[in-house]
Design a protein around this ligand. Structure first.
Ligand code: ADQ
Length: 449
């Protein structure tokens, strides 16, 4: 059997290579296990010159990591500006936040071609290549241009809006054409697959997209949560709550996650359901990501203001309604907080999947599970209709859902959770990776042998 080659912008850092990790890494590690495999991507380090970089190699637990450095100019144009400043907002339905520039588009293509040039010498004829995410849409075509004829699959972790929206980006047609180099394209939901296939169809291209919803490793996460509630941090949190119910939000600090809307929803709970004042605490953990981009600075300011306003209006001298943390908290500590939380409040305006929702379910105590309040617009929502589903733009609907969750009977909580948990245990990260790779193997090849 040939090797599996994973390509993603960032590869797990040397420290992450040996630690329990999130969905993508878990799923891929599972797929990489057994066979011989290579994971190729950016090192996270800066190159000094524009000359093609030499890959560095590191082999951990049977997986060889091959990484290259990028120059500051390449990193800025390819990663910050084009991937995060144009593709990220556009694919999260936020055209208004897209800062298009033709120069960044050029750098994006240049870095994809560079990835291809550095990867090709490492390839063997029977390798299977699996490319990940929006940073690398054109990579398949760049590899084909250099004569690669093996199977190449692509998985997109973020949502896909309808073509009428995607086409606001100059060059969108070219991206679609480049994607025809992939034998199979995986996306998170049926809606994403429909939108992408419609875009292909309207441009006279072949429909190659199919839904493969990503999952987690629920057994590992549950074990982590069980161990974590016994830790000192969980005990300190429990003591500090002094009997109040815990509502928990965990996200990267990103405008797709609907944080200001969520805070307003909680504010509406305080205003309209005064019986919960003093009896509930909302803990939001949202470590800063992409802090050097203007939109993210604005978001932070907005959240600082909202937290101040809500706490100012409702706090008592011995109780604070919101605890808002922008520093990271380690995963093995958070897992215990998930298990302790009476409610998880996960309300993205758009999200490819949202693995926090699945992790929350996996972390629960079967005897007394908490309630998941989830946005309709998370990719996880179609699979998780036993959650309390909300429209994240409606603060009153969030407040009603929180009230419903906080007053739900144990019987109903158990019923809902049991169904959610069955699903989370069925569609794991390992299942996702194996399912995609099997479909890739069976897809009609772009380059028939
Ligand atoms: P993300 O936008 O990062 O990922 P998500 O799926 O929620 O979103 O989280 C990925 C991992 O990061 C999870 O394991 C989660 O526990 C962890 N994480 C998130 N916030 C954290 C925090 N504050 N502290 C510690 N850990 C945190 C992208 C897409 C998603 C898609 C994933 C996987 O945007 O929609 O689900 O890829 O495909």
């Amino acid at each position: 059997m040939g090797r599996l080659i994973i390509v993603s912008n960032r590869v797990p850092s040397p420290r992450e290579r040996t630690q329990p990790a999130g969905g993508l890494t878990v799923g891929l590690k599972d797929a990489l296990r057994g066979g011989s495999s290579l994971w190729f991507g950016w090192s996270g380090n800066q190159a000094e010159t524009d000359a093609d970089p030499q890959p560095s190699f590191d082999t951990v637990e049977g997986v060889t990591y091959a990484t290259i450095d990028l120059t500051a100019r390449q990193h800025e144009g390819f990663y910050q500006n084009f991937s995060n400043g144009i593709l990220w907002p556009l694919f999260h339905y936020r055209v208004g936040l897209m800062n298009y520039s033709r120069r960044d588009w050029q750098t994006y293509l240049e870095v994809n071609a560079l990835f291809a040039r550095c990867l090709v010498p490492l390839l063997r004829p029977d390798d299977v290549i699996w490319v990940h995410d929006y940073h690398l849409f054109p990579l398949g075509q760049a590899l084909r241009d250099l004569g690669v004829t093996t199977r190449i699959g692509f998985f997109l972790h973020i949502p896909v809006p309808p073509w009428s929206l995607v086409r606001s980006m100059p060059g969108a047609e070219l991206l679609l054409e480049d994607m025809q180099a992939y034998d199979l394209i995986g996306v998170q939901t049926d809606e994403d697959a429909d939108n992408l296939n419609q875009a292909f169809r309207l441009n006279g291209l072949e429909e190659r997209a199919r839904a493969f919803p990503i999952g987690i490793d629920p057994y590992e996460f549950r074990a982590q949560a069980e161990a974590s509630v016994l830790r000192d941090e969980a005990g300190r949190l429990r003591t500090s709550l002094r009997g109040a119910a815990l509502i928990l939000g965990v996200d990267r600090l990103d405008y797709s996650k609907g944080l200001p809307e969520r805070f307003r929803g909680y504010e509406a709970l305080m205003a309209r359901y005064p019986e919960h004042r003093g009896k509930v605490t909302f803990l939001q953990v949202a470590p800063v990501s992409r802090g050097d981009v203007e939109e993210y600075r604005l978001l932070r300011r907005q959240l600082d203001e909202l937290t101040g306003r809500i706490n100012g209006a409702y706090a008592e001298f011995d109780w604070t309604p919101i605890r808002y943390i922008t520093r990271p908290i380690a995963r093995d500590i958070l897992a215990g907080f998930y298990r302790m939380a009476d409610v998880a409040l996960i309300t993205p305006l758009r999200d490819g999947m949202n693995l926090v929702a699945k992790e929350y379910v996996a972390a629960q105590n079967a005897a007394a599970p908490g309630v998941l309040v989830l946005s309709h617009f998370a990719g996880a929502a179609p699979e998780m209709d036993e959650a309390v589903l909300v429209n994240p733009y409606d603060a009153d609907e969030i407040a009603d859902a929180l009230h419903q969750a906080l007053t739900m009977s144990l019987d109903e909580r158990r019923q809902r959770w049991t169904k959610l948990d069955e699903d989370v245990r069925r569609t794991t990260a390992g299942f996702w990776a194996r399912d995609f790779l099997r479909a890739l193997d069976e897809a009609p090849p772009v380059c028939p042998v």
